[in-house]
Design a protein around this ligand. Structure first.
Ligand SMILES: Cc1cc2nc3c(=O)[nH]c(=O)nc-3n(C[C@H](O)[C@H](O)[C@H](O)COP(=O)(O)OP(=O)(O)OC[C@H]3O[C@@H](n4cnc5c(N)ncnc54)[C@H](O)[C@@H]3O)c2cc1C
Length: 282
């Protein structure tokens, strides 16, 4: 839709172009959310897709994923699925979570080609499955502050609630680093929705690191991604206990599922994920 309060769209080429971000000036990435509803508080957008950030950079201790990496690029990064994207090492089974997390979004291929990883993370919707996948993989966000300084925040600490993050006015998510241990991890993914093509009601993602440590991450069912850590793959009693012990106010309530239903199905999916992590233990 047209945003008739917007007076200027700035094409960002360098970090200095981001200094004008603030209360009435927002980051424009893929625009799939920004142009989907009125943004009456905004007068200016700063387009960051022109910054020229490569979608993926292999670094010494993992993989740096640019905020401007599109969902299509992100999904194509899974082993054996090149789709014209940089071929990531087939020895990184952790990247197997990338594609299903994109498919968990209720979105067309047109959206996939525009929507970005950073937009999904910063929007902080419970149904943000790309945010969920990168949280499950222990991703760490690199934040560019308006004063030119940088800070890194584990994704598990970035989201406070639906649509709310710890980002301060003027801050930009530059990239997310997935550590090497998560790239080498075995993973598991489960999703349920009230309708076959409906918005996710619950998404559960499992990760088993090479050293045996495991994490089970709940999203869509909860108001923010919740990570449950275990020293080894949890058995049925342990996973049921951990899910059952969650603060009742964490279960999300919207037309895509009641908190009671979400708690129930998330518990079932978490058991299935834990069982898959156990099988791979042998
Ligand atoms: C049909 C449809 C279905 C959708 N389904 C889902 C769904 O199931 N789950 C879901 O989570 N979302 C969904 N969305 C919402 C949205 O499309 C996605 O979350 C998408 O990933 C947002 O990315 P974007 O690049 O288009 O963000 P934009 O629309 O460009 O930006 C989104 C918000 O994040 C801010 N932002 C973007 N990038 C940065 C950055 N690097 N640093 C700081 N702030 C930033 C923007 O200022 C804006 O407030 C859907 C949208 C549509 C139109």
């Amino acid at each position: 839709m047209d945003l008739d309060t917007i007076r200027e769209v700035v094409v960002a080429r360098e970090r200095a172009d981001l200094r004008m971000l603030g209360a009435s000036t927002a980051v424009l990435a893929g625009g799939t959310f920004l142009f989907s509803e009125p943004q009456d508080q905004l007068e200016r957008l700063v387009d960051i897709t022109t910054m020229g950030w490569p979608p993926f950079e292999v670094v010494a201790d993992g993989l740096e994923i640019a905020a401007t990496c599109t969902l299509a690029e992100f999904a194509g990064a899974a082993p054996g699925r090149e789709l014209g994207m940089p071929v990531l090492r087939e020895g990184w089974p952790g990247t197997a979570l990338f594609a299903p997390s994109c498919r968990a979004l209720l979105a067309s291929h047109k959206i996939w080609r525009s929507a970005t990883v950073g937009g999904n993370v910063c929007l902080a919707l419970p149904a943000g499955a790309v945010l969920g996948a990168l949280t499950a993989l222990d991703g760490v966000a690199l934040i560019w502050a308006a004063d030119g300084s940088d800070r890194r925040i584990p994704l598990r600490d970035l989201v406070l609630g639906p649509g709310h993050t710890v980002l301060r006015p003027g801050e930009v998510l530059r990239s997310i680093r997935v550590p090497r241990s998560s790239l080498l991890a075995r993973t598991s993914f489960r999703k349920i929705a009230l309708a076959p093509l409906g918005r996710s009601g619950a998404v559960v993602l499992g990760r088993r690191d090479p050293d045996g440590r495991c994490a089970v991450t709940l999203t869509a069912a909860t108001v923010r991604p919740i990570v449950l850590d275990f020293a080894a793959a949890p058995d049925d009693t342990e996973i049921a206990g951990a899910v059952g012990a969650l603060d009742p106010t964490l279960w999300f309530d919207d037309p895509h599922g009641s908190p009671e239903w979400r708690r129930h199905v998330a518990g079932l999916l978490a058991r299935a994920v834990a069982a898959e992590l156990r099988v791979r233990e042998s």
